[in-house]
Design a protein around this ligand. Sequence first.
Ligand code: GTP
Length: 239
Amino acid sequence: MSENQPKYKRILLKLSGEALAGDKKMGLDMPTVTEICKSIKKCYDVGTEIGIVVGGGNYWRGRSSENMDRVRADHIGMLATAMNALAVADVLESLGCQVRVQTAIDMKQIAEPYIRQKAVRHFEKGRIVIFGCGTGSPFFSTDSAAALRAAEINADILLKATMVDGIYDKDPHKYDDAVKYDSLTHQQILVQSLKVMDSAAAAMCRENKTPILVFDLSRPDNIFDAVMGKKIGTVVSDK
Ligand code: GTP
């Protein structure tokens, strides 16, 4: 593999919504979003085909009260991911990338509806596709949306860019003796209930043999390093 050859032909990048807020914790911190997008642009420039699923946690987390209907809360969350998708698209375009946004809930005045074949065609034409509104169904996380889209577009890997630098045996923010794994199987995530993603998402990756790389987005260039095959984070595979 030459130095400028990406390790992966097609990736599904899952961006945590919270990471887009930077130090502001809520909403969008545009300098942070720009740093993340610059790293994505480097992946684009070396020819990797890029699908992106964004979370919505910078705008909305769960329910605002115990009384709130779960389905309604999840619908609000889907709208939050659509806002993030549009913002990331805008920054990527300003950096010179060709981008299309597709949403799982129809909002045709704002974005294309999600059509798998059209998304694949966009990749073939050198466009980044950002998938908004999660799976379009309540009760599913954006990690599940990432696992689903990764399988649908035959991504070589799901890159989960998040707030921790890999998968630990217990919460590293709570326990000093937490141990980080370099590699794991999907089965281990499920059996040990490791808190890296919900079990529906992990099970979907296991069924479809989608490898996952979990890494820290506080250093945005990790996205590019991951695409180039540099050893970072924790890799999850079927064996
Ligand atoms: P091809 O010409 O098929 O390669 O793809 P294209 O995306 O360039 O062409 P298309 O004519 O489908 O889209 C032109 C522009 O309109 C692109 O920016 C699309 O994202 C946008 N677009 C296409 N369909 C929709 C839609 O349903 N809603 C919205 N809001 N925009 C759309």
